[in-house]
Write a protein of this length. Structure first.
Length: 94
């Protein structure tokens, strides 16, 4: 597992940059931003930009929100793959 580089506030640098860009786009003002799904092609392109270190090229707040969700999901998988697998399959009766 790669070590995370932290900023001055103790937040992972990549997560902090994604948050700053999301706020710069006023994405934090969009109701339900983390429930909105961008198109698959758009998200795939945004992921390519992120992986290439070109976060500034991600032009959609919806894509940034999804990338933030993916970032947390991947950290959970790295920390404990067994817990991630179990929690995905929990059924909560209504």
């Amino acid at each position: 597992m790669r070590a995370l580089t932290l900023d001055g506030e103790g937040m992972p640098v990549l997560l902090s940059r994604m948050r700053q860009q999301l706020f710069g786009m006023n994405g934090h003002l969009v109701e339900g931003i983390f429930r909105v799904s961008p198109g698959a092609a758009e998200l795939k392109q945004a992921r390519r930009h992120l992986d290439a270190g070109q976060l500034a090229k991600v032009a959609s707040a919806e894509c940034l929100a999804q990338l933030i969700k993916l970032w947390f999901r991947e950290r959970l998988r790295q920390l404990s793959p067994d817990i991630y697998t179990c929690t995905r399959h929990i059924h909560v009766p209504e």
